[in-house]
Each structure stands twice: as C-alpha cells, then as structure tokens.
Design a protein around this ligand. Structure first.
Ligand SMILES: Nc1ncnc2c1ncn2[C@@H]1O[C@H](COP(=O)(O)OP(=O)(O)O)[C@@H](O)[C@H]1O
Ligand SMILES: Cc1ncc(C[n+]2csc(CCOP(=O)(O)OP(=O)(O)O)c2C)c(N)n1
Ligand SMILES: [Mg+2]
Ligand SMILES: [Mg+2]
Ligand SMILES: [Mg+2]
Length: 329
C-alpha cells in the first residue's frame, strides 16, 4: 500500500528528513543523539539562529525558501568566523498551515541547499503548534585550530570592508510586501534576496586568513559594525556614501528625494547576510584580488580608529542614526 501523505511527526521524520541525514553520524535519525568523530587539528564551530513566521519571514513565503533561508542565515554566521560548514541540527514547530505539501517543499529546499553547501542533517526535533511556524537550526563547521575569527581583534589603523551588496534584504522585505513601485524584475530580484540570501561561504577562508575581526550582517550593517567596535574596544567609521548597492537598489535609490535618509535605511535595515570585517591595510591588495577572482564585490567602507563605537559619515560629516539595526523587543 502506498504511504499516505499525513503531516504527522513520524511521517515527517521518516519520509522527509531521513533522506537528508548524514549516513553515519546522524544514526539514521533513529537514535537519541548524533555522534561525531572529532577532527584532529580543527576546532568545532557552532551557531544557532531561529526563523519565526511574521518575525523573519512572511506568512505567504514559500516553504522551500523558508528552509533555505534558515540554513543560510546560520551558514552566514559560520562563514564570518572563517569556518567550513559540514552539518546541522534542525528543530521544526509546524503551524496549522504546514500540511504535507508545505513540509515536502521545506525538505526539498533543504535538499537543494545541502548539495549547494555540502552539509548534511544530523538530527533535531519536530513538533506541531497552534501558533506561528518557527524553525531553529544549529550549524556546525570546522576551522583550523585557534584560527576562528572573532568580533574582537580590530586594531587601530585597520580598514573596514564589506562583501557583496547592502540593502537588498531591507528593500526585499518591502518589495515582498508590495510597498515598492519598481519594474517587476527589480521587485523579483529584491524579494528573492529577502527570501533566500546568499551566505558568503566561498569567502570564509579569505576572512580566516586576513581578517582581524569579523561579523555577519544580519541586524543591520551599522549595528553589526558596532558589535565589532564594542568587542574590539576601538572606534569604527562607516562612510554611507560608498555603501555598495545592487542595480535594483540603485534603481530604487535614484527616485528618492532624501538620499541620506535612504542610505540610512539600507545601512540599518538588516537581512543582508554579508560579511563585514576589519583587516590591516597591507592586506588590501590581496583581499581585492581574491574577491575579484571569486566574482565577489568587496567594498572598503571605513577604518578603525582610537575611540569607541561607530561613527557614520555622510558627505564627510559625522551624522547621528535614529537606530543602527533590528532588535527583538
Ligand atoms: N537564548 C540564547 N542562549 C544562549 N546564547 C544565546 C541566546 N541568544 C543569543 N545567544 C548568544 O548571544 C550572542 C549574540 O547573538 P546574536 O545577536 O543572535 O548573534 P548573531 O547575530 O551572530 O546571530 C551569540 O553568541 C549567541 O550564541
Ligand atoms: C516579516 C519580517 N519582518 C521584519 C524582518 C526584519 N528582520 C527581522 S529579524 C531581523 C534581524 C535578523 O534576525 P535575528 O534573529 O536578529 O538574527 P541574528 O542577528 O541572530 O542572526 C530583521 C532584519 C523580516 N526579516 N521579516
Ligand atoms: Mg543569532
Ligand atoms: Mg545570525
Ligand atoms: Mg552573526
């Protein structure tokens, strides 16, 4: 008899999650734990982020992209530390709207990203809730012993860099909500970034080899750079005029009446999942070369100074931001 498509706990585990599991370490998702052999010469790097419906994704977002975003926001944290991901633990609190097709789409999204990023499922937990859907993922990666990059470590005189583009996460949320009047291709590109950001996994080894301090940009570039300043006990500057914008963001920006306020929105909006880091000026050429060879944009956005906190510059003048990024309550 063919299996029924029942969105139950063990149907979900057996039919949707087991195919994603590490063949050995995950114990077939049929034990109480996963067991990993240690890797001599490496440190294990662990991170956890949640995605909650209405907080991190929209109720109408497709479940395959919700799953991929969940994995990717965690891969982003690992990449910022210079770690290479290998596996993850997953917790799902399915809501009423998560029937079998939605769960299947969720697992299919994970299957795609498992191949793209070379990670496998190790275990997790599955529950049903009458509240909003929420998901939590623990990402695991390896970094050569004692080489993980921290938020502390920025030195006065270092330069501040950011990968990729800033602002598509914020504009993508507004695009997905139907708040922007741009051509449909632009709306699509921005919403796609919001629903499925690209973690800079391919740049993790460069960060590890050259960065003095590093953070991934989730809350907002200004907020996350402030984390580096605080942890490192230094000051950082950020030049709003050189904020790297995508072509879609440039199209949006071109129509704004208040350019400064618009750039502030992008620099504080979050959901970028780029890497912001500091490095000694002697590494600038190598960093530019490596970024170019990997087809990744890299922008020098500021410098590390004696002092404290983040100083934001617009037209060479320091400005005050109303807020630096997203905070939860
Ligand atoms: N509920 C929690 N229990 C333990 N540690 C937590 C919890 N929430 C956050 N943290 C820790 O606080 C630090 C900052 O968290 P967060 O701002 O979420 O980091 P990130 O933005 O890189 O995801 C991290 O070390 C994280 O592991
Ligand atoms: C529906 C919806 N509203 C608002 C946002 C914006 N937003 C929510 S949480 C957040 C910051 C990142 O999430 P968080 O849980 O703080 O991740 P972490 O910094 O821990 O990686 C942002 C920009 C969003 N992504 N989706
Ligand atoms: Mg977090
Ligand atoms: Mg994070
Ligand atoms: Mg982070």
């Amino acid at each position: 008899m063919p299996a029924l498509d029942v969105a139950g706990e063990f149907e979900t585990i057996d039919r949707l999650l087991k195919p994603l599991a590490h063949p050995e370490w995950g114990r077939g998702l049929a034990d109480d734990v996963a067991v990993l052999p240690s890797r001599p010469g490496y440190d294990l790097v662990l991170t956890k982020d949640m995605l909650v419906e209405g907080v991190h994704f929209l109720p109408e977002d497709p479940m395959d992209t919700v799953a991929r975003k969940l994995l990717r926001v965690n891969l982003s944290d690992l990449a910022a530390k210079g770690a290479e991901p290998f596996g993850y633990l997953l917790a799902c609190a399915w809501s009423e709207r998560c029937g079998w097709p939605e769960r299947k789409a969720f697992a299919a999204g994970l299957a795609q990203d498992q191949v793209q990023f070379s990670v496998l499922l190790l275990g997790g937990d599955t529950v049903k809730t009458s509240g909003p859907a929420s998901f939590s993922l623990t990402g695991l990666g390896w970094v050569p012993k004692d080489r993980a990059i921290s938020r502390a470590g920025a030195q006065v005189g270092d330069l501040v860099f950011v990968t990729g583009q800033i602002g598509d996460g914020r504009l993508g949320l507004r695009a997905a909500r139907g708040e922007l009047s741009l051509e449909p291709e632009r709306i699509e590109a921005l919403a796609a970034h919001y629903r499925m950001p690209m973690p800079r996994v391919d740049f993790a080894d460069v960060v590890r080899d050259f960065a003095s301090a590093s953070v991934d940009v989730s809350d907002g570039l200004a907020a996350d750079l402030t984390h580096i300043a605080t942890a490192s006990g230094v000051g950082l500057t950020m030049n709003l005029n050189v904020l790297p914008l995508s072509t879609a963001a440039q199209a949006w920006f071109a129509d704004r009446v208040d350019p400064q306020l618009s750039l502030e929105e992008l620099a504080t909006g979050g959901d970028d999942y780029e890497i912001a880091f500091t490095a000694h000026p002697r590494h600038e050429e190598a960093l530019r070369h490596l970024a170019e060879s990997r087809f990744l944009r890299l922008t020098r956005i500021g410098e590390v100074t004696a002092g404290t906190g983040l100083t934001v510059l617009y037209d060479d003048q320091p400005i005050q931001l109303a807020r630096t990024g997203w905070t939860h309550g």
